[in-house]
Design a binder for this molecule. Structure first.
Ligand code: 13P
Ligand code: SF4
Length: 338
């Protein structure tokens, strides 16, 4: 059984996006704004999107904030400037709405690291365990999950589970290890990771800190333990952004996808933000999946209302329960993101 009904290539073939050239003289920002009004559409963007996409979005946020916005919007169309699992989550939360993703191939290495068929077998070995899945997983994996979580509410989700219930945490082993430390709960971890957050170099960060002794080092919990152990602050993308706004320091070394620096710099123009260096000189701290979305693709997807996220009814029904539980826990804990 497959969760997504129409493949990317089927949908792209239908509109011929691959052959379409956008008129280079077109004012894309004006066109996107016009389409937004005409179609009563809302653009939700994650912080890892290109700056020009963030600048045209109606809301920019972390995974929890984006989910909360998707659930609450009265727009007819949700244009999701993010990756596939995020748009799927929006569809699960707002099944009556049309959810568009500018590039259906915008995936996620973390979600890919946990194929539902393998996870089902894994889960069978632990029949007494509660399954907590990081929201960075496929819609189908959510149907095998008891409670979802994001980096903002993961601690509260784990703490909501009775102490005598054993837990499986999937798919991010780094976030899982962080949560074990933070909550003192033992958990069985799925062996997945994010390709972007695994690339930071401890040695180069140490050297950078020597050159910037007043800089604070802040990190996303998807980073590996030895990187998190050096951090002055650990949090979700929204958490990191808020920290740089309220904290008095003037300089930060930031260990997460580099797209977040755009909002940090906008919010605190007088401060200095330095992306944490990766293992080699590649641009590996940019997520290649997030960066598949471009302003041109955003325009085309709004114009043709494709590619659309289409999920089977059973996936929406069974996946929704795990997200609803997460939303309840977040609400009770007062976690309104962004
Ligand atoms: P948050 O924005 O929820 O912290 O998640 C980061 C991420 O990896 C999204 O893909
Ligand atoms: Fe997935 Fe990592 Fe990209 Fe986030 S940054 S979408 S977790 S690959």
């Amino acid at each position: 059984m497959t969760a997504t009904l129409a493949s990317a290539s089927q949908q792209l073939d239908r509109v011929g996006f691959l052959d379409l050239e956008v008129d280079p003289t077109l004012d894309l920002v004006a066109e996107i704004n016009r389409l937004k009004k005409e179609k009563n559409a809302i653009i939700l963007a994650h912080y890892y999107q290109e700056s020009e996409i963030q600048d045209i979005a109606d809301y920019i946020g972390d995974s929890l904030g984006l989910s909360q916005k998707a659930a609450a919007t009265d727009a007819d169309i949700i244009v999701f400037a993010g990756v596939h699992f995020m748009a799927e989550t929006a569809k699960i939360l707002a099944p009556e709405k049309k959810v568009l993703l500018p590039d259906l191939k915008a995936g996620c290495s973390l979600a890919d690291s946990c194929p539902p068929a393998l996870f089902r077998k894994f889960k069978e070995k632990y029949p007494d365990h509660i399954v907590v899945s990081y929201i960075n997983c496929t819609a189908e994996l959510k149907t095998l999950t008891d409670i979802c979580c994001t980096s903002t509410n993961a601690v509260q989700v784990i703490e909501s589970i009775p102490k005598d219930r054993p837990i499986i945490f999937a798919p991010d082993k780094n976030l899982g290890a962080y949560l074990i430390k933070k909550t003192g709960r033992d958990m069985v971890l799925w062996n997945g990771a994010c390709m972007v957050h695994e690339i930071f170099s401890q040695e180069r960060i140490v050297k950078l800190r020597q050159r910037h002794p007043n800089a604070k080092f802040i990190a996303h919990p998807e980073c590996e333990t030895h990187i998190l152990d050096m951090a002055d602050y650990i949090g979700s993308t929204t958490g990191l952004l808020k920290f740089t706004i309220s904290d008095p320091s003037q300089e930060y070394i930031v260990a997460t996808e580099a797209g977040i620096l755009h909002q940090m710099q906008k919010a605190s123009p007088h401060k200095t933000f330095i992306p944490a260096p990766p293992e080699n000189n590649c641009a590996c701290n940019e997520c290649p999946h997030m960066k598949r979305n471009t302003l041109e693709k955003l325009y085309l997807c709004m114009k043709y209302e494709l590619p659309e996220i289409v999920l089977a009814d059973w996936v929406i029904r069974d996946g929704r329960a795990s997200i609803d539980r997460m939303m309840d826990i977040s609400e009770k804990a007062g976690l309104i993101s962004g």
